[in-house]
Design a protein around this ligand. Structure first.
Ligand SMILES: [Zn+2]
Length: 509
């Protein structure tokens, strides 16, 4: 039986602000997982997109002096081009203003309304314009919005409500029975605590007198639908628009912890009411700080992803984000730490090994691979890389990218030590040792081959360049199961080395 496809989502980002490090990280994780699973023969796909409706967008468009549609055309174009420049091209980019998305949202709303799970009621409540949502009294901090620290406005209006509470017990039972639905587990426990309190029903509309920039309710065109029934359904409408509707039941959502509640509570109740299959899992990551403190526009310390890529290169930026953050926990972005990892792990641990091995291969054999003749130290080297493959696969499948990369770099440390211990540069002075020198370099070329294959999902450009220097065709990057010693045919020649990573002066102050 063929393996199931895997469908990852990064959020549909709200386009009132530009892409930042947090959204870049989630999108990078989706991209890396798709590369990882495709390399292992799986049908993997990822979607992201733009959430384009709502008060804040209408307001930002008005501030910019353009119609909302023109504003979101420009902003979602900016997201799309940023992801493209970073090499993070989704299988589909969904916009909540797409006609196919609008039609899907209206169909779902019509169905749920017809089944009686949407009702009309008047509502008086405490509303934060910044958050675009009503607050319960108990959610406020000293009477203020916990996010904006401003007093909410008391407003009354008639609206449509979704019977969210009707599905509360089912969602609670699901997360109690199936812990792998929300990981890491700390976030699941947070959700369980919320689900043990009354969650209430969900206001899903806004009167057009207050907000016009939304999708019309199909059963009452005096209202537009609002946020949740719009943006979250984009995960489903996207695969239909992409011609891959069969992917939906295999979906895994990747999110930052700021949107845990909407994804873990609102979203499954909506899917149950819509009679759609539930997501397989929600995987939650933490926040990035900057140099140990909060990152914000007003502090002027926001990380600009495209600037970082321009300064250090795409692969270096990717490597740092995936190596530095333990998925699920907060992490700190500092250029000092980035440069330290670049110099120690990339330029020294990997780049220097590759250039030494390929340079010796040129100098002693004009690039031609020599026969293997394994000794104990060679077998230990092989074992280190077999172990790295096993550990990398296990960790990355669990989204522990930092542990996976650590495992590969342990094997690279072993390889660097093997060079020192076997000392082919010294043996080469003795003509009688020439076969041994050739065998050692062959072992090391195999080590570089396996390294390139393993790091390919994280360092795609580096893996391609290293393969080219090894003289191997790019499609062999997917041949992970190739046995050690069979990658290089007799007479195979490697190319002269070229530096894989830039050298950057240490920034340590
Ligand atoms: Zn607020």
């Amino acid at each position: 039986m063929p393996d199931e496809p895997i469908y990852f989502t990064a959020p549909l980002y709200y386009v009132n602000a530009e892409p930042h490090l947090g959204s870049t990280y989630t999108t990078l994780v989706a991209d890396t997982l798709v590369r990882f699973w495709r390399q292992r023969g799986r049908d993997a796909f990822f979607v992201t997109g733009a959430d384009e409706h709502g008060d804040k967008i209408a307001q930002a468009a008005a501030d910019a002096g353009v119609p909302p549609q023109a504003f979101v055309d420009r902003m979602s174009g900016l997201f799309r081009s940023t992801w493209h420049e970073l090499g993070l091209d989704a299988g589909w980019f969904v916009r909540t203003t797409d006609a196919s998305h609008v039609a899907f949202v209206q169909k779902v709303l019509r169905d749920i309304h017809a089944r009686g799970d949407i009702y009309f009621d008047s509502y008086r409540g405490l509303y934060c314009y910044g958050c675009e949502r009503f607050y319960q009294e108990r959610e406020l901090v000293d009477g203020l919005c916990p996010d904006h620290r401003t007093p909410p406005a008391e407003i009354a209006e008639e609206n449509y409500f979704f019977r969210m509470e009707k599905y509360q017990e089912r969602v609670l039972a699901l997360y109690e029975a199936e812990p792998e639905r929300i990981l890491p587990d700390g976030f699941r426990r947070e959700v369980l605590a919320l689900l043990r309190e009354p969650i209430g029903d969900l206001c899903i509309s806004r009167p057009k007198s207050r907000l016009e920039w939304g999708i019309d309710l199909p059963f009452d065109d005096r209202f537009v639908t609002y946020v949740w029934f719009d943006a979250l359904l984009g995960y489903v409408s996207a695969v239909a628009a992409a011609g891959r509707p069969e992917l939906w039941p295999h979906v895994r959502h990747l999110i930052g912890k700021d949107i845990l509640k909407t994804h873990a509570i609102y979203w499954p109740t909506m899917l149950m009411a819509a009679e759609l299959p539930l997501f397989r899992a929600i995987r939650v990551h933490g926040y990035w700080t900057r140099d140990g403190g909060k990152m914000s526009k007003s502090l002027g310390n926001v990380v600009e992803p495209l600037d970082m890529q321009a300064r250090y290169g795409r692969d270096v930026f990717r490597y740092f984000l995936l190596r530095e953050m333990a998925f699920g926990q907060d992490a700190d972005f500092s250029e000092t730490a980035l440069v330290t990892r670049l110099n120690a792990e990339l330029a020294n641990g990997l780049g220097n090994l590759a250039s030494r091995v390929l340079a010796m291969q040129q100098r002693y054999f004009e690039g031609a691979l020599q026969p293997l003749a394994p000794e104990a130290s060679d077998l230990a080297l092989r074992e280190a890389f077999v172990g790295a493959r096993r550990d990398f696969d296990a960790h990355v499948a669990e989204l522990a990218f930092h542990r996976g990369l650590e495992a590969v770099w342990r094997a690279l440390d072993h390889a660097n030590k093997y060079v020192t211990d076997t000392a082919p540069f010294r043996l080469a002075k003795d003509p009688a040792q020439r076969p041994r020198v050739g065998a050692i370099l062959h072992e090391l070329c195999e080590a570089l081959r396996v390294t390139a294959q393993l790091v390919a999902p994280v360092l795609p450009e580096t893996a391609r360049r290293l393969f080219a220097q090894l003289g191997l065709p790019e499609q062999e990057l997917a041949a992970l199961d190739r046995a050690w010693g069979t990658a290089f045919a007799p007479g195979h020649r490697t190319e002269p080395p070229e530096a894989l990573f830039p050298r950057v002066e240490s920034l340590a102050s």
